[in-house]
Design a protein around this ligand. Sequence first.
Ligand code: FMN
Length: 226
Amino acid sequence: MSTPVLAFDETVRQRSSVRAFLPTPLTDAQIQAVLQDAQYSPSNCNTQPWHVHIVSGETKTRLSQLMTDNDLAGKQKPDFTFSYDDFYGDYFDRSQEQARLYYQALGVAREDKNSRRDHYVRNYHFFDAPHAAFLFMPSFGDNIRVASDMGMYGQSFLLSLTARGFAGIPQTLLGFHADLVREALGVPEEYRLLFGISFGYADTSKVAANVRMPRIPVESSVVMHD
Ligand SMILES: Cc1cc2nc3c(=O)[nH]c(=O)nc-3n(C[C@H](O)[C@H](O)[C@H](O)COP(=O)(O)O)c2cc1C
């Protein structure tokens, strides 16, 4: 077991979406420790709806190739919609700012479509992480409540990685080829793929492991009532 090394306040502030990993794998015991932590996540009526498939080694390499080929062929088929066009106002502006800050840090110009495309495709190579978790869920009603449970699980997973000295990134894009991933991993049709988390050790020599996104002030998100 790897012992958590960080206090909670340090953990939440130190966690970030890392997009460059070392090839060094975690041990089975280290992965188990993270999974044990994440299992304590809260869920509506304690349904614990998370069904998690972790890929490493050859399975990861095979999936990477399948998703890349499928994506380049324009065959994205997520179980849940995603479009930047759905964002509006401040939310749209923040999403634009996130892309601007990230590509600026990497030295990629806005008009450099090829480099941006390469970075997009790196999602399907798990940013070179040695492991990735695919987060599947059953479908209940309009799926909003169960998706929030999955988010709770995802954050526990990510914070556990950080506290133990590892790193990860949640990726909507890992859900863009849901049928293909279900088939490759033998996952029954009834489980929907929400997102994935690539994880391992951060390659801190790379800019893509060190970019930090700003946060709006608490007052912009919270209203206090006496
Ligand atoms: C559910 C979810 C899905 C995400 N999907 C992607 C993705 O597909 N690719 C990516 O590069 N980043 C993805 N991100 C990372 C966000 O861009 C990142 O969390 C945000 O910019 C804040 O940065 P931070 O995580 O470093 O604090 C995702 C984040 C979340 C929570």
